[in-house]
Design a protein around this ligand. Structure first.
Ligand code: MEV
Length: 290
């Protein structure tokens, strides 16, 4: 049995695609689990009903992984289970690829190290998202908070904190959102620069455990993402709701266009923020970041 966790982009989504720094943290209480067993023929099972499109994507991902790892023997059964919500900015696609790669590594005794797992996962992300920065597969492979820039992770030492993760219930395509930003790159250049600067400042605030400043920077990052055109009315409403209920800061997390917002909470306002968000969200998850 192999698993891979979820992730949240704390700062710098979209800008990270253009070589600016982004900060991502693992969400270890939500996971995708994969088990591979010997079987008479190739088969797989998933703990929910897949749409036709998802079945095709899963078949393609398996092809990419088997091809990358030079695996020919495929009389296996792959069993996939996940507590990660899909298409909502929590890294479900990267977690799926990584859990499959790790399960294949175990089953075929390939002894893949994290670097190789990450490399193959990036190939899968390219298939899913077209032009990924690599931040999602990297934070999920290493399960550590990272500042990511130009394909390289810088591992961060941070004090634990809590995020409320509120799902709009609207599914968004990362590929489409990234394309939209790219098409308007000249117009967006200045905003992208500013987002990169917010990530740099946030790294310092996180290292000092200055969560008040982290919260203020989250609000700033959200406004910049709104200017970039990737927020929605619902995402804005959830951000305003969280701040109104006492969160230290809030922003959309991931590619936008739907998906989640995150709100930074402390012991005092945790329950209030959660209850306020529940009124407008499809689901609210608690992310304990370590
Ligand atoms: C998606 O989780 C984050 C984006 O910045 C895309 C990427 O970095 O590949 C929107």
């Amino acid at each position: 049995m192999n698993d891979a966790c979820g992730k949240i982009i704390l700062f710098g989504e979209h800008a990270v695609v253009f070589g600016k720094p982004g900060i991502a943290v693992p969400i270890t209480n939500l996971k995708t689990t994969v088990e591979i067993e010997l079987s008479d023929t190739f088969s797989y099972s998933v703990d929910r009903v897949l749409y036709e499109e998802e079945k095709d994507r899963l078949a393609d991902i398996l092809d990419i992984i088997f091809f990358s790892l030079d695996i020919e023997e495929k009389d296996i059964h792959i069993s996939i289970k996940s507590t990660l919500p899909i298409s909502s900015g929590m890294g479900s696609s990267a977690a799926l690829s990584i859990a499959i790669i790790r399960a294949a590594s175990d089953f075929y005794r390939l002894k893949l190290n994290d670097e190789k797992v990450n490399e193959v996962a990036l190939e899968c992300e390219k298939y899913f998202h077209g032009k990924p920065s690599g931040i999602d597969n990297t934070v999920i492979t290493y399960e550590k908070p990272i500042l990511y820039k130009d394909g390289e992770p810088d591992f961060l030492e941070i004090k634990p904190f809590t995020l409320m993760i509120a799902d709009t219930g609207d599914k968004a395509s990362t590929k489409k959102q990234v394309m939209k930003v790219k098409e308007n790159y000249d117009k967006n250049k200045e905003i992208i620069e500013k987002i990169g600067k917010v990530s740099q400042d946030a790294k310092l605030a996180l290292e000092k455990a200055d969560f008040k400043t982290v919260g203020t920077l989250m609000n700033k990052n959200h406004l910049l993402l709104k200017e970039l055109g990737v927020s929605t009315k619902k995402l804005d409403l959830l951000v305003e709701t969280a701040i109104g209920a006492g969160a230290l800061g809030a922003k959309l997390a991931g590619s936008g266009g739907g998906g989640n917002i995150i709100a930074l909470v402390d012991g005092k306002n945790k329950e209030e923020v959660k209850t306020a968000l529940e009124a407008f969200s499809k689901a609210v998850y608690v992310g304990e970041i370590k």
